[in-house]
Write a protein that binds this ligand. Structure first.
Ligand code: NAD
Length: 345
């Protein structure tokens, strides 16, 4: 009962991370490819044993409806194309695993959720940290109050982008990527703040910075920082940048101890420790199982009807928070939020 996937977009993440992991999944296999590059289609098709008649150009995407080797699609394209391909995949009767960030706006997310519902098909957002042993254990530790009551969260996701322009790199292009590092890398910090506290923020204030005269940042922000307050009284400081050296950490400081995750959400090499009471290193398992476990979670939902932890509603929620962060920064005000992440007033 293995689920056949069409991989849409043969870029870095698909080729180097996810596609090699399909073999480790319990009931997923690659049955088709969709790409705009004929050379890549034939090279990758040969490497993965995907027959020629299952290699599609973007223009031929609608033809996947008639291809019963494909039960699901995995969308690994620049963000601007997520909603359109997801909606067309649902129209073709397929299930959708969509890379993060879900889409460029909450309106697009809502359209994707509605399309899934109309088609009676599954929609999952590829938030891999929910399937990664360190983050799963961190969630459990926070639920059992391993650091007491949570008071402060601090998280950063940064790297320094090389010389590039919006024409050369879609991540620098507002129409393709949105505002910049927050959607791309900072979304891991946003997610961590939510799943470590298990709360939604009630208010957000924020700051963005876009340097003048830097060809990398003619369209997007170089840094985005935000400060959140939760109903419990906990406060989070989140920062993300495309122009400072590597960072990928989450710290949770509670009334009895602290949880230190650094690196927090990488592909491999996670490190985690508890400080304070019961100080110890925590080593719950191999982080690289996250890719296959994510596929298993999705295929089990398709085959057995088990619930999806990271569904469209979660992607919508996060997109609303991103919109709130940008609104707070643009207007220089504290934005108040409803429990579903929508802005009040
Ligand atoms: P990439 O630039 O390496 O690949 C993008 C692919 O899209 C390329 O094959 C490119 O040819 C194709 N494409 C189609 N139309 C395009 C257009 N108009 N402009 C640019 N490229 C176009 O990017 P990536 O790092 O593979 O990212 C793809 C998706 O995967 C994004 O949604 C990204 O956020 C996500 N991603 C997720 C993770 C993760 O850890 N979950 C990591 C990296 C990327």
């Amino acid at each position: 009962d293995s689920v056949g996937f069409a991989i849409i977009g043969l870029g870095g993440y698909a080729l180097n991370q996810m596609m090699p992991r399909f073999d480790q999944a319990d009931r997923a296999h690659i049955s088709a490819l969709v790409s705009g590059n004929p050379d890549k289609l034939s090279q990758v098709g040969e490497a993965y044993g995907v027959p020629e008649d299952a290699r599609y150009a973007y223009e031929d995407f609608a033809k996947i409806a008639a291809d019963d080797r494909i039960q699901a699609v995995y969308i690994v394209l620049p963000t601007a194309f997520h909603a359109d391909f997801a909606i067309r995949a649902f129209a073709a009767g397929k299930h959708v695993l969509c890379e993060k960030p879900m889409a460029l706006s909450s309106a697009e997310c809502e359209a994707m959720i509605a399309a899934a519902r109309r088609a009676g098909r599954k929609l999952m957002i590829a938030y891999r940290s929910h399937f990664e042993p360190y983050n799963v254990e961190a969630m459990r530790l926070m639920r059992e109050k391993a650091v007491g009551d949570i008071r402060l969260i601090r998280s950063e996701q940064s790297y320094r982008a090389g010389p590039t322009t919006p024409a050369q790199n879609w991540r620098m292009n507002r129409a393709l990527a949105g505002g910049g590092p927050l959607e791309d890398f900072g979304i891991y910090g946003l997610q961590s703040a939510l799943y470590l506290t298990d709360e939604m923020p009630e208010s957000i204030s924020a700051t963005t910075f876009q340097p003048r005269d830097d060809p990398r940042f003619t369209e997007i922000f170089a840094h985005v920082a935000s400060q959140w307050r939760f109903p419990s009284g906990a406060v989070a400081h989140l920062a993300t940048s495309y122009d400072s050296v590597n960072a990928n950490f989450a710290h949770v400081r509670g009334t009895q101890g602290a949880l230190i995750m650094d690196p927090a959400t990488s592909y491999a090499g996670q490190k985690m420790r508890i400080e304070g009471q019961n100080a110890r290193d925590v080593t719950p398992g191999d982080p690289t199982v996250q890719f296959a476990r994510q596929l298993n979670h999705f295929t089990n939902a398709i085959r057995d009807g088990t619930p999806i932890l990271t569904g469209g509603e979660m992607g919508l929620r996060d997109t609303r928070l991103i919109e709130a962060i940008y609104a707070a920064a643009r207007d220089g005000r504290t934005v108040k939020l409803m429990p579903d992440g929508r802005m009040r007033g």
